[in-house]
Design a protein around this ligand. Structure first.
Ligand SMILES: CC(C)(COP(=O)(O)OP(=O)(O)OC[C@H]1O[C@@H](n2cnc3c(N)ncnc32)[C@H](O)[C@@H]1OP(=O)(O)O)[C@@H](O)C(=O)NCCC(=O)NCCS
Length: 168
């Protein structure tokens, strides 16, 4: 199904700062502790720009074709989970573009990219337990639910999350 959706993943670049600001809207961050400050968004943008060069993961803008609208972000980065080096994955699609399979397609592409690295055995994702759309993305792409966990994110805010794992 996701193969019919026409998107491209573009390596994060200076052109994507406004996209990141759009992804920081209140309705986008309600499962992630609320919007970040302008300074935090600027720092996040710098991290996204650097990550491929450092070699600790990849961040992409999701580009909708044929119009090349910037509609979201997806990426993966190193994490040690229960002593094992894995990738953590995260994603977001702007509200105007939600509900048409774009997150599923984008995460599927990012998984394929992570696989080509040959560096990790598994990807984990930790959507909030109260985030049905994001949990649905994991389920649809064949991630296995391994249980519920509590995360402190952002600092000071305890979140209940589902731990999903995909062997790559
Ligand atoms: C989560 C998010 C990326 C989903 O984006 P999207 O492009 O709308 O997702 P898709 O269209 O690929 O839909 C994925 C599945 O979720 C399901 N879904 C969407 N909203 C749902 C809801 N409220 N309850 C149950 N399932 C829901 C869809 O039905 C779809 O499954 P289907 O194809 O079997 O019908 C988007 O809502 C978002 O950016 N949210 C804010 C940021 C965020 O929470 N990021 C995740 C952090 S881990």
């Amino acid at each position: 199904m996701t193969d019919r959706i026409n998107i491209e993943l573009a390596t994060w670049s200076e052109d994507h700062f406004d996209l990141l600001r759009g992804l920081n809207a209140p309705e986008m961050t309600e499962h992630l502790g609320g919007p970040e400050t302008d300074a935090q968004v600027a720092e996040r943008h710098e991290r996204y720009l650097r990550i491929a060069g450092i070699g600790t993961g990849r961040m992409f803008a999701v580009v909708l074709l044929p119009g090349r609208e910037l509609v979201g972000s997806v990426g993966y980065w190193d994490r040690t989970w229960h002593g094992e080096p894995v990738y953590e994955m995260g994603w977001g699609i702007l509200p105007a573009y939600q509900g048409r399979g774009l997150a599923t397609a984008a995460v599927s592409r990012a998984v394929a990219h992570a696989r080509t690295e040959g560096a990790r055995r598994a990807i984990h994702a930790y959507p909030g337990a109260d985030n049905p759309a994001s949990n649905a993305v994991c389920r649809k792409l064949g991630f296995t639910p391994t249980g519920e966990i509590e995360f402190e994110y952002p600092p000071g805010n305890m979140m209940r999350c589902n731990d999903w794992r995909l062997e790559i």
